[in-house]
Each structure stands twice: as C-alpha cells, then as structure tokens.
Ligand binder design. Structure first.
Ligand code: GAL
Length: 622
C-alpha cells in the first residue's frame, strides 16, 4: 500500500513546492493528489490557459519522486463559466438556485456545462496525459458532496422526461407501472411529467424512485464523459474517483464499473459526530471514531470496485472543519486508521491535506503541516505508518479469508428513504448494524452487490433489500451456506409496487412463506429479552418455516426454513445480532467475542488488531 497526500500548490508560493515535495518523500509518501480545484488558475479567462505554474508544480513533484494523481477541476467551475451560462447552476428541492461562491454549483443535466467539463478535462488530459509523473487521474471531486446529485432545474426536468420515455416506452406503461390512477395523477404525455419536488404532500414513491435512478444515471453519464477523454488522452493510467462516507446519492456500483480504482474519503471523527451514533458511542469514541466507520466503507467500496481495487483518497489527519464539533484524534489514531485501511486491502492512503490553509473555507481543517509550515501531530504518525507498511511489501493477499457477505444495493436505501414507513428505518444503517455485529465476532466481511457471486462465502446476510433482482434469486437457489434475511426484503417490485405474492416476493420459496403484515415500531416500544433488544419493526409471517427465536410477548423474532433465517425485528436491534451469531456458528466460522473497542481483520496471513479505545494498532501472522 502506498501513502500519499492531497496538495494544493496554487495555495503556496512557488519557492515552497520543492521543499514540500522533498519533505513529503521524507515522511514516506509516494503519491500526491493535485489540481482538482484549480480551474480558475488553469484557465483564468475563457480559452486563455495558464499552464506555466502547473507545469512547474508537476515537475517539482515528479523530480522528488512522487507519483501524481491529477484531478479534473470540474467540481469548481469559475465565475466566468457561470456567467456564460447562468442556468448551469443546480436548483435545490425548494426551487432555490445553488449559486457560485463555494463549489459543486453545477447541474449534472446541463448540456452546456457537460460540454465545458469535457473541454477542460480534455485540455488538462492533453497537457499531462503523457507526463511520466502523472500516474493516475481523479475525476471531479466527491460527486454528491453538499447534497448535489439531485437538481430540480429545467435541464434536469427535460432530461428526466427523455429518460422516462426511454425506460417506459409509452406514457400508458408509465401510468400503469406507477399506479398513477390513484389520485388522478395520470399523464397524457411524457412532457407533462414534472420533477417530484414542490408537491402538496408526498409525491408518488414510484415517481421519486424514478427520479433517484435518473439522478444517479446523470452522475454516471457525466463521469463517463471524463473517463472516455482520459482513456483516450492518457492511456495506461488508472482512473479513480473519491466517494464519501454514509452517502448513497448515486449508485456506486455503476460508477465503479467505469473506473479502475474506487477511492473514498475517510473522516471518522466528523462522521461520528454527524451521523446516527448514540450519545454513548459519541462520548466513548469522540477522539477515535466508532470502530466500524472506516472499516465499513473500506469493505463497501472494495465490494463496489472492479477487481476489488480501492483506496482512501482523503484521510483525516487531525480536526476537520465541517462537523458540528471537531475534536482532535487521539495520538496514535492516524497510524491506526492507516493500518486499518491496509488490513482491508487499500492500494493507497492519501492524507488530506498537506498543509492547513490559513484562508478561505477550510481554515480550521488540520493537515500534516500546520499553517506556519511546521509539522502537525499527524506528520510523525504518517512516518510511523510508512515504516510499518515497509514490513508488508509483496504480501500475498490470496489467503485473505472470506467469512461473510452482506448484500447491499443503493436502490434499497433510496426506497427506505422515500418510504421509511418507520422513522429512521434505513437500509444503509441496517447494513451497518449487521456489519458491526459480524465485525465484533472477528469475522472478515465483504459487502457485495446483489449480483455478486456468493458461492465462496459460508454465510450471506441480506439486511434489507426491497427489490430483489433475479440474479440474486438464482444465486440463492444454488447456495449452500447460511442465509439471514431481514425486514422489507423482497417487499417491492422494480417500480415500487408490492409484489402480487407479497413480501418477500421472489424469495417466497426460499423462506417457505410470506409476510402477511408489517408493523413499524417506535424506539420506545423496544423490548429487552433473553436474546437481546427487539423492536423497530415487526413482520408477521405465515408459512412452513419453524420458529427459531421467540420474543417475550409471543412474537417470533426469527423463522428458520432449512439454512435460511428470516428475521422479523429491525437489524439494528441486538436480537438480530444474536441471530447473526447463531448463523455464523452454524456456518462454522471462527467466531470470537472481541472486547469493547477491539477489532481484527485478516489480510493474507496477517491479522491486524485495532484497539480503538487506546488508539493502538498491532499485528500478528497466522
Ligand atoms: C472532502 C472534500 C475535500 C475537503 C475535505 C475536508 O469532502 O473532498 O475537498 O473539503 O472534505 O474534510
């Protein structure tokens, strides 16, 4: 695994570049990511390029022996681009424009902006595509950051209509699939279909699902334009993009299919503060991040990526600036996070950023260097990580065990967001809960798409998958391991309707019956019994399966039909974890009960142990 850093030569005087580059090498870094926000310096005026500074920066970094990951600067169109076509600005759900002055202000559907993005991408790719120092490309930056995938603009509406026409063929087919007769919502032509915002009460969930799919496809199409140009102008270089944490705005399986390496940006302390962790977890792990945050995304994005090639393109090195509160990591955490990424098979960990910037939006965001250019605490830890990684050069990863697969699909999360039915009952967080429960058992987990080959896994968990594709049905028919299925699985068809044979739809034969009624339950109705906490949801089952776990009030928490367990309680309740442990034992997996804050992951013959409470990382061989 390589170490790298995100660097912005345009923020610093030119005489610093060679000093910075030499110091990067001293720390043990071999990669540097640059350029992703530099459009206004590359092309200060329309068509007038200023390459001189970037040529010299590339040279300085290359001469120091750093491999450059060059970003296309399309996340930050300069003011003159906006002035040339003001309607390229994205429109938010309330109908308000998302103006210039920060970043990501473009609408993915705007044809003029797509052409501009292609033009600047080609210019940069032609300039540096053959440079020996440029080893990889990053497209844009964090698609969807600041909630920017969906745009409710005129361009989006027009493109959505075209997209619907392609998908449904006729307006009658759309009306039927969506059930538009329900409130006299039937359309006479695709030109009558509006975007699903600004309705009086909720729009038809099928309308929303189509719009979520469309918005995702727009991201993929936008990205593909850049990928095609980069492949043409810079053959042989990897193309990557940086995904985010707990973010599902577009289908990452689709994006990953077009690129070589899927990156993601790991900010465990910010994510702990901003996402749905308990007060107790926030207190215990304020300076470490919850022990499963980074690991979950490592395994999720490895599962999305072609050939499992993934990296951390941005790694938190100290306090960030964007969470509600921004504590510093405990001494040791930067090294621990780096080794955790190694344990999950990353190709690269790149710290964000090299030097804290004294001006503009991210003044309070730490780097490896302080604003005055002196080392920040993470500097020494990056060096320690580089030394530790030296021990593992050439590690044979083929011996990495596959214990359990968790099946996750992006449309599952879209469905539970569009129609939660019970507040907070989310497919993504159901997957996280299952992941966390299995990880506490010391297992190696892969998070995979419903189309994945499951045959190598002793155990498969489907936490919450409303739409079950045929490929998964087929894979499960021949599957010989243990299966655990959670609520809402198979509960919708492709157009958001309840299947004619009820949930779990096509999986009915697998579980030997159907769900006849679903209840969502508030947290206050949670029950504590001998199997742990139950609640959040309750599915009433009818069929041939045997009760495998009974609750305290005459409800069945888990049904068993052959090697398939059907759980009726929500996956983030501990009774579900009890079911997972039973299934793991039946699958003869090497179950451990790791102490609080301890996690282990095996890569090749190396087991990396992370002690999150004490910020210590260690490893042993099997
Ligand atoms: C990421 C982004 C970076 C920077 C960083 C700060 O979301 O890609 O450009 O803003 O957050 O933590």
């Amino acid at each position: 695994m390589d170490l790298g850093v995100c660097y912005y030569p345009e923020h610093w005087p030119e005489d610093r570049w060679a000093i910075d580059a030499a110091q990067m090498r001293e720390v043990g870094l071999s990669r540097v990511r640059i350029g992703e926000f530099a459009w206004s310096r590359i092309e200060p005026k329309p068509g007038r390029f200023d390459w001189g500074w970037l040529d010299r920066a590339v040279e300085a970094l290359h001469e120091a022996g750093l491999g450059i990951i060059m970003g296309t600067p399309t996340a930050t169109p300069p003011k003159w681009v906006v002035d040339q076509m003001p309607d390229m600005i994205a429109i938010d759900r309330d109908g308000k424009p998302r103006g210039h002055g920060s970043r990501r202000h473009y609408c993915f559907s705007h044809a003029g902006y797509r052409a501009e993005a292609a033009r600047i991408t080609r210019a940069v790719a032609q300039r540096y595509g053959g440079h020996p120092g440029v080893v990889a490309w990053q497209t844009d930056n964090e698609y969807g950051c600041h909630d920017t995938v969906q745009s409710f603009s005129g361009s989006a509406r027009d493109a959505f209509r075209t997209w619907l026409a392609t998908r449904y063929g006729s307006i009658e087919a759309l009306n039927a699939a969506w059930g538009n007769v329900f409130w006299s919502m039937e359309y006479r032509s695709f030109d009558e279909v509006e975007l699903p915002n600004l309705t009086v009460t909720e729009a038809n969930p099928a309308h929303w699902l189509a719009f979520r799919r469309f918005s995702s496809d727009q991201v993929i199409a936008f990205n593909r334009i850049q990928v095609d140009i980069l492949r043409e102008c810079s053959p042989g270089r990897d193309i990557t993009h940086n995904a985010m944490g707990f973010y599902t705005g577009y289908d990452h399986h689709d994006l990953a299919a077009d690129i070589d390496v899927l990156g993601w940006d790991s900010y465990p302390l910010g994510f702990l503060e901003m996402f749905r962790f308990s007060e107790e977890e926030k207190r215990a792990y304020a300076h470490q991040g919850h022990p499963d945050i980074a690991a979950f995304h490592h395994d999720l994005y490895r599962g999305c990526a072609i050939d499992g090639r993934w990296s951390v393109l941005e790694q938190q090195p100290g306090p960030v600036n964007w969470a509600r509160y921004n504590p510093a990591p405990l001494p040791g955490m930067v090294k621990l996070w780096t080794m955790e990424a190694f344990a999950h098979g990353a190709e690269l960990v790149s710290y964000f950023r090299w030097r804290q910037c004294p001006r503009a939006q991210e003044q309070m965001h730490a780097g490896l260097l302080r604003p005055d250019g002196e080392p920040a605490p993470a500097f020494a830890e990056a060096r320690e990580a580089a030394d530790a990684l030296g021990e593992f050069q050439g590690l044979d990863q083929s011996a990495t065990p596959r214990h359990a697969a968790i099946v996750f699909a992006y449309d599952a999360e879209w469905i539970t967001q569009i129609q939660p039915q019970g507040q907070g009952r989310s497919a993504l967080w159901a997957a996280f809960a299952c992941y966390s429960a299995l990880r506490k058992l010391g297992l190696n987990i892969d998070i995979v798409a419903p189309s994945a080959d499951l045959s190598d896994y002793p155990m498969v968990v489907i936490p919450c998958l409303p739409i079950v594709p045929d490929a998964l049905v087929a894979a499960l028919e021949d599957y010989e391991g243990e299966v655990v299925i959670g609520p809402r699985t198979g509960s919708r068809d492709d157009d958001f309707a309840i299947p004619h044979n009820l949930a779990p739809g096509k999986l009915g034969p697998l579980v030997g019956g159907t769900i006849t009624l679903s209840e969502s339950l508030p947290d206050r109705l949670d029950e504590r019994g001998s199997h742990g906490v139950t609640g959040g949801w309750y599915d009433h089952y009818s069929g041939k399966a045997e009760p495998a776990m009974e609750g305290e009030r005459d409800q069945t928490l888990c049904w068993k039909h052959g090697r398939v367990r059907l759980c009726t309680t929500w996956p983030d309740r501990s009774a579900f974890a009890t079911v997972l442990e039973q299934a793991a034992r039946d699958a003869k997996l090497p179950v451990q009960n790791l102490p609080e804050g301890i996690r282990e992951r095996q890569i090749g013959n190396v087991i990396v142990r992370s002690d999150y409470l004490n910020a210590e990382t260690s490893w042993r061989t099997t």
